[in-house]
Structure formats: C-alpha cells, structure tokens
Design a protein around this ligand. Structure first.
Ligand code: ATP
Ligand code: MG
Length: 427
C-alpha cells in the first residue's frame, strides 16, 4: 500500500455528523444577516501579500509571523493565503467603487490561514464569519453591528458571552498617548519582555495587549488612551454606550482593549467567554475609518467584526441548543436489482417533491437480504421504509412502512403518483 497522507498540521477535516452543526450555524447566520439587511460578499482566499502588510501593519503578530506567503511560481507575484477577511472586503469595495451610491452592509464566511501553534480553539486553517458596514460614520452603526452579534448568540442559545468595549480615539489622539506611553514604558524598561522591547517604538499600544503575567502590573498602571480622547471621540463613544444600554446589552469598558491590527480607530470591542479556556475571545471588531484610504480607495468610514467559527461551535456544543442529526425521511428497500430502474424513477419524483430518500445501494454485489436491508434502513434514522418488492411492483405500488412510531404500520402507495403522497413522508 502507498504511504498514507494526512491533513496539514493545524488544518482540520470537518466530517459528518459534525458538519451538520456547521451547516446549522451557517443557516442561522444567513437568516440573521438578512434580517439586518447585510448582504453576502465572497472574495478570493489568495490576495497580494502587500494587501495584508499595508492593512494589518508591519508590526503585528499576523504580518510578522503568521502569514502563509509564497511566490507564484509562474509569474513571481507575492501572494498570501488570507489570514482574515476585512482587508479583502475593503479591497473589493474600493476596487469596485461599491460605495458610490451610499453605504454597504456586508457579511462573509470562510476559511482563514495563520501559522500559529495549534491548540484548542487555535488552528492554522480556521473559519471566520464576519460583518462589515462601510460608508457609515456614526455610533448607530457600531451599535447595530454589535447588536447583530449579540442577537446571534441568542439565536445559538449561548449565555455567558460578555461584551467588552473601548475607544481608540483618532490618530492624533493616539499620537499624544503614544508619546506618554513610550516614556512610561521606558521608565520601567527592566520589566519589559523581549516582545515588548521590540515593540516599544514601533507598536507600543500592542504591548498593552500582552498575555505575559509578569507585565500585568506594569500594563495596569500605564497611561490610558481614553484619557487622551477629545470631545468628538468621547461623544462617539457615549453614543454607542447609550444605544447599547437602551437595548439591554451589558458591557464592560476595558481600557486595555486595543486589538491586534493597526487599522482600528474609535470603537473597538470583543465578545469573550470563560468556557473555552485560554482561547476565550469568540468575536472581535471595531471601527476602521482610515483603512479604505490606506489601501488606495477613497476615504470612507467603516466598522466590522469577525467571529471564530470553531470557538463559537465549541461553545454551542458546551451550552447551546441540541442539534437534530440529519436523517433521511425514507429508506428504499429493494429486494431485487432488476427493479432498480423503476425504483430510481420513483425516488427521483419523491426527492423532487422535497422528500429526503436514501437508496439502498448494492446492485454490484447483489442487493443483500431483506433483513440486512432493514437493518440499514434502521441505522439510517429514516422514519419510513419504502419496500419495492416484486408483489408491489406487479401491482404498481410501493409499501410504505413506519419504522419509528412503534406501530410498524404499512400502507400501499401508487408508483404512478409519488407527488400525491410525498407529503405524508415528511416530518
Ligand atoms: P487571538 O488573540 O486569540 O490570537 P486575534 O486577535 O488574533 O485572536 P482576530 O484576528 O481578531 O483574532 O480574529 C477574530 C476571531 O477569530 C478571534 O476572536 C477568534 O475567535 C478567531 N480566531 C483568530 N485566530 C484563530 C485561530 N488561529 N484559530 C481559531 N480561531 C481563531
Ligand atoms: Mg492571533
């Protein structure tokens, strides 16, 4: 036998029945997005490397060490598997001048790639669902998009998801804060770890996001960005808070919430849970009013979030609604292979009428005994067996047998008119 190949480390197969949970989540998301008037956008998985370097910033975990970048062997282009999707969405919005007739509300779902150390809730191929509202400057849309996420937790039956918010103000406000932050950190240089030392002059704000316990006290006492915000920034933040409060959304202000990417301004937020161990952030986002311009579009305000599907589904598994396994409505029992052409026609008509039918397959090796076919019918979870015996076919009928209601009741149905009785097979 040839050597066995396996999936790339940190990249998972999603198999049935687990994949049903994914489809269930995706359907919930589609329904919800429609109710908030967010429309689906699909962008390529591969983008020019420069897009991510420019949008995320050089001194970010993603650009420094997590990107799957490669050179196209045929034309030498520098390409990257997308580590996130906001950059691609913004590129598409600018490229297609999508804001020419006003703001756009968009959502996406799909795989993302980051070369990280795989562990629970952290993979190299993982999936995000994201919402982005572009062209709207006000805190009303910040509130809308947060309410949308909160509504999703509700739909999924998740409790104990907490919201943290912060404001990063505007670039000039950040600049002032940055100068004071650097002086403060320099004054405590002996406490800084290697990462922090490296970032001190490139991205000091990110130091506040450190997970190093030895630096917590230092970070705790650092100058807070919120104290540097001007009137307009504070008004935006107050607007958001008022709208969340009016909608019964509780939140905690976390002055150290800075987010990993450079591109955020004003509102930033995260939804976290304590149920998932160290990987407790299930959804994160914020406003990014300067990003579109950064990648060559016309300046336009924007706000968005992305959630980690694997983490959300793990939470669903722990505390969410039970998911019904997918089962066919009916299982076709076919004693004799010679009946198959006729049987397939009936099954096609039933499926066209919306019935889920699993066909007993096996004509190559013989159909197998009735007993073994019924065992398979049972195992399939179907509520009915459709028995296409020789007697039935001679009479132009099929026997429909109830498998799950304890009655074992049988009725004969005309083969000529599947649409006429298809509804009786549905749940
Ligand atoms: P973390 O601090 O956990 O690395 P992040 O700030 O890098 O998260 P974002 O880029 O904001 O994460 O992505 C949004 C969401 O996507 C995260 O909150 C998380 O739920 C999910 N996510 C990010 N990276 C991974 C990963 N490697 N595997 C699984 N989910 C991920
Ligand atoms: Mg990360």
């Amino acid at each position: 036998m040839a050597e066995k190949l396996s999936a790339v480390k940190g990249m998972n197969d999603i198999l049935p029945p687990e994949s049903a949970r994914w489809e269930w989540l995706e359907q919930k998301v589609r329904d919800l997005m429609a109710r908030y008037a967010y429309r689906n956008i699909r962008t390529p998985i591969v983008e020019p490397t420069a897009l991510f370097v420019r949008s995320l910033g050089e001194v970010t975990d993603i650009v420094e060490k997590e990107m799957y970048s490669f050179e196209d062997r045929l034309n030498g282009e520098q390409l990257t598997l997308r580590p996130e999707s906001t950059a691609g969405v913004v590129r598409a919005v600018a490229e297609h001048s999508m804001l020419y007739d006003g703001g756009k509300r968009l959502y996406y779902m799909g795989p993302m790639f980051r070369h990280e150390r795989p562990q629970r809730g952290r993979y190299r191929q993982f999936h995000q669902i994201g919402a982005e509202a572009l062209g709207f400057p006000g805190p009303d849309v910040d509130a809308e998009i947060i309410l949308l996420a909160a509504a999703l937790w509700q739909e999924l039956g998740l409790a104990n998801v907490r919201l943290e918010i912060n404001s990063l103000g505007q670039p000039d406000e950040r600049k002032q804060h940055r100068a004071e932050l650097i002086s403060y950190l320099e004054a405590h240089a002996e406490v800084l770890d290697e990462d922090a030392k490296r970032r001190l002059h490139t991205n000091p704000l990110r130091i506040l996001d450190t997970k190093n316990p030895a630096m917590q006290a230092l970070v705790e006492g650092a100058p807070k960005l919120i104290d540097f915000l001007g009137k307009a920034s504070l008004a935006h933040f107050d607007g958001l808070k008022a709208m969340l409060e009016a909608n019964g959304i509780s939140y905690r202000i976390n002055p150290r919430l800075v987010r990993g990417m450079d591109y955020y301004n004003l509102s930033v937020f995260e939804f976290t849970t304590e149920s998932l161990g160290a990987q407790g952030t299930i959804c994160a986002g914020g406003r990014y009013d300067y990003l579109i311009e950064e990648i060559g579009g016309k300046r336009a305000p924007a706000v968005g979030w992305a959630l980690g599907v694997e983490r959300v589904l793990e939470l669903v598994k722990e505390q969410g609604a039970a998911i019904e396994p997918l089962v066919p409505d009916a299982y076709a029992v076919v004693p004799d292979a010679s009946a198959l052409p006729r049987v397939l026609r009936t099954l096609q008509a039933l499926r066209a009428a919306g019935v889920g039918v699993q066909m007993h397959a096996g004509s190559g090796e013989g159909m197998g005994s009735m007993k073994s076919q019924f065992k398979k019918a049972d195992g399939s979870g179907a509520r009915y067996a459709l028995i296409f015996g020789a007697d039935e076919l001679a009479d132009g009928v099929v026997t429909v047998k109830a498998l799950r209601d304890g009655t074992g009741a049988q009725v004969r149905r005309p083969l000529a008119d599947p649409a006429g009785w298809a509804a009786s097979l549905k749940a």
